[in-house]
Every structure is written in C-alpha cells, then in structure tokens.
Ligand binder design. Structure first.
Ligand SMILES: [Zn+2]
Length: 492
C-alpha cells in the first residue's frame, strides 16, 4: 500500500501563509515545478541550497509512493539585468565579454550545473525544459494574452498590462504587495521605456543591434521576457492547474507574481495550488556576493580551495548541514558550523554502518513503531528535516546501546528499524555513505604523529631515523615539506 495513504502531509503554502493539508489535483500523482538556474555563470551556493530543499521534497513525495512529475527549467534565453526590463541580457553580455557564442556560455554552465548537482547527489528532475526550446510556445502565449486584451505592443516589444489585469484579478496575491506599493517601488520610467506604466513587464523585447540571441516574431526580431517561460513550460508539462511550484524566496516578487498573472489570464484558473519558497543562505552572517569576496562556489567546498574554508568537506556533509535547518529558515554557512555538522554526519554514518552487524534479540526494549511514526510526523510537518535528524540521533543512541547489549530489538522491530533509518538517511535526505573521509582523517592523524616523531629525532640529531621516516613516507606516496611554519605534507 502506498505510504501517502497513511500520512497526512502538510505544506506551508506561501499563498495562504499557512500550513495546509496536501491534496493533489489527481490522487496518487504530483506535478511539481521549480524555477531553475540562469546558465550564465557557475551555480551559486544559495541556489544549490534552494534546489536541495526541493530535491528533498521530491525525494519524500517519491518515498510516500506518489508518482511525481518534477519539472525544473533551464533559463538559457538570458534575462535582463534588472527587473525593470531594461539593461542587457546576462547571457549575451557574458558571451560578448568572453568572445564566445551565447550557446557556448549556455553549454558550459549547464554542464557545470549538472556536474555540481550530481556531486551533491541530486535526483534529476523528470523534465528539464529550456527556454530556447520553447520560443514557439512563448509566442503563442503572448498571442493568447493579447487576445484577452491584457498585453500591448509598442515599437516591436510587448508588455503585460498589470493595471488592467488588476481590475478583474489580484496582482499581488502571492507577495502581498499592494498595487500602490508596486508603483512606488518600481524604478522611474526612463526616457527609453515604452511601457505605459512602470509595473508592466515585458513579454517580448525587440532586440537592439548588440543583442546576439534573437528570434523572429510577429512583433519584431527579439527575445521573450523572463517571466514568460515558466508559465509556458509549467502549463505545457503540468497543465493549467498543478500541485506544487517552488523557488527561492527572492523569486516571489516580481517573478512568481508575474507567472500567476500570465497563467491566470490564459486559463482563467489559479495555476498553482501550493507555492513553496526556500529561504536564503548567508556566508559568515553576510549576504554572499562575488564583489565583496564573501563568496564560495559549491565545487570549492569539496576541494577546500577557498580562504573562507578551513578545509575540504564531503558533499554529504554539506547536504547534512543544509538539512539541519528547515528550508524556510535563513541558514548561515560558515566553516566552523560545517565542521560541527561533519562530526554529526560521521557519527550518524558510523551508527548506520554498525547497524548491519546487530542481531535480533528475543524482546524489544525500544518502541520502534512510535519512533518511526515520529520520523514521518516530522517530514509530514512541512518537510521538517531538523526534527527528523533529531529523531535519527535518538536512533543513534539506541544503536550504541544495542552494540553494547544494553538494549535489544526483536527480529520484526530490528528489520523495521533498519529499513526506516536507511529509508530516511539515504532515500529521503539523499545522504551518501562516505567513510573515505573518515579513514583519510585517520591517515592525516597518523602522518601528523610521524612528523612529530621525525622532529623529535631531528632535535636529538638522530638523522638516520628522521631520514628513514621521510623516505618510507615517500615510498607510500606521502611527501613531506619543511617550511618556516613547520612541516606539512601532501598525499599523492
Ligand atoms: Zn520561474
């Protein structure tokens, strides 16, 4: 029997600002859309956190037995540098700076994105559509919106008429922004803008001579507005009304608000039943920004190649660190916090590994059924991974007691205990069993010890012993380097 029938999953819906019981449009099936990356640079660590939060949502829905269609797009048509629809296309700009084709930029960073997500053990989405692959559909949707009288063309560009839309619908339904505030917060119209009102947004932009990525349309040679692709691709693959739409908190306004306006105009329906927003990631309590140097790439965490890090960390440690915070909380990324998570992660893995060798007893001294129920209750409460992890650490205590014969589980309970732990640790949280780092930590400790002994030998002028230590380490592929600060080593 499908687990979802026994579980009452509640999701915090940004639309109602409350936790709601999850009921999919079609029983047993879930349609989920998450705004993907704009592929003009290496994927940002903050985005990795957002995508990881939805990876766990996807994993838990699958674990509950739902058939899930998970769509995450790739924005490869570029979008404009500021939300006022002025400025230069980011992908074109990068292509011009690097003197390469825009599609080379797209290819390079799409590959980087996939590599990074694979390193962090993400499940691939069911469909990963690209904006450039859906230009025809985007032009079609512009026609539809124009036919409803909610878009207008000026000098080859087409804009969505927000004020007019708001007469019969509610622009601001998701973000809670009032129309007056939206006007107030918009940048003043500069002389070049064709918009009727500052809060209108582009559905199609005429390309100027500098613009390399362009497509023919009834209005001009140009390119689609950024908000349009998500309405088009979510409708195409998930229908006019689907279950879950996710993204980073920063996309709520204007991006998601514009998506709702576009889709609602075309179908007359509320496009999304549950809007989910993941909170942001800070680095050392500050906003991450390339310009200030307060910045780290996901790949640098694995190599340790960044001065904000004390060392390299395994991808599963980073995943575990992310899961220790709820997806709707701000998370502060810092090297020492990661070191603390590392300890917790290896403690958990050690327990999980030793569970394999534990044998069943005659009776049970631990209530597995109620513990298991609490694990599900945590995830059913808006995917509360930190509470789930607390329950997993209760299990670690029990495993240690089992190892020391201070507790026992009968065969049935032991089997259920193992299956539940493995299910949550590997399938739901997506952690991988990395013990390599653990043994390399031990090797590091042993080499440090030999360095200390070699120094003592040298202090005693026992050159024969100090040379022997160095040479035998070299034979093992471990190179010692003597410097002013002491001796360091590298392992080949
Ligand atoms: Zn989007």
């Amino acid at each position: 029997m499908e687990l979802y029938k026994d579980n009452q999953l509640k999701i915090y819906n940004s639309l109602s600002k409350s936790k709601e019981l999850f009921t999919p449009v079609t029983a047993g099936r879930v349609g989920m859309y998450v705004c993907g990356p704009t592929v003009y640079s290496n994927v940002h660590l903050g985005n990795v956190r957002t995508f990881m939060s939805f990876d766990v949502v996807f994993r838990y829905l699958l674990h509950l037995g739902y058939k899930v269609r998970y769509v995450r797009n790739i924005t490869d048509a570029g979008h404009l540098e500021n939300d006022a629809d002025e400025g230069e296309d980011r992908i074109s700009k990068k292509a011009r700076l690097e003197e390469i084709e825009p599609m080379e930029v797209v290819q390079r960073y799409t590959v980087d994105f996939h590599e990074t997500l694979a390193e962090y053990n993400f499940l691939p989405p069911s469909i990963e559509p690209t904006a450039t692959g859906h230009i025809v559909e985007q032009i079609e949707m512009i026609h539809e919106i124009m036919a409803k009288g909610l878009a207008y063309e000026v000098n080859g560009s087409v804009y969505f008429d927000v004020l007019k839309y708001n007469n019969s619908a509610h622009y601001g339904i998701l973000s809670g922004r009032k129309m007056e505030d939206a006007i107030h917060n918009s940048r003043a119209l500069d002389g070049q803008s064709d918009k009727k009102n500052p809060q209108d947004f582009a559905l199609w932009k005429k390309a100027d001579e500098r613009h390399i990525m362009r497509w023919p349309s009834p209005w001009s040679e140009g390119f689609p507005g950024w908000h349009l692709e998500c309405s088009v691709m979510s409708t195409k693959y998930l229908g006019e009304q689907f279950d879950i739409h996710g993204g980073g908190m920063d996309l709520k306004f204007p991006h998601h608000e514009c998506e709702i306006a576009q889709s609602h105009t075309c179908s007359g329906k509320t496009p999304v039943n549950y809007w989910m927003h993941a909170n942001m990631l800070l680095l050392n309590s500050q906003k991450m920004a390339k310009s200030t140097g307060n910045f780290v790439l996901p790949k640098e965490i694995i190599t340790g190649d960044n001065s904000v890090l004390s060392k390299a960390f395994a991808p599963s440690v980073v995943r575990f660190f992310n899961m220790q915070a709820h997806y709707r909380s701000i998370l502060d990324f810092a090297s020492d916090a990661l070191e603390a998570s590392e300890k917790g992660y290896y403690k958990l893995m050690e327990a999980v590994n030793s569970l394999e060798n534990i044998e069943a007893g005659k009776t049970s001294t631990f209530d597995v059924a109620s513990w298991k129920q609490q694990c599900y209750a945590a995830m059913n409460d808006d995917f509360n991974t930190p509470i789930l992890i607390a329950h997993l650490f209760e299990a670690v205590k029990v495993i240690n007691q089992l190892k020391e014969d201070k507790a026992s589980l009968n065969a049935q309970d032991l089997e259920s205990f193992k299956a539940t732990i493995n299910g949550f640790v590997f399938d739901v949280l997506g952690l991988t069993n990395e013990t390599k780092q653990d043994s390399s930590d031990k090797i590091d400790g042993v080499v440090e010890l030999l360095i200390k002994l070699r120094k003592e030998a040298r202090d005693n002028k026992d050159w024969a012993l100090s040379d022997q230590i160095r040479d035998e380490l070299i034979a093992l592929g471990i190179q010692l380097k003597d410097g002013r600060e002491g001796t360091t080593f590298s392992i080949n």
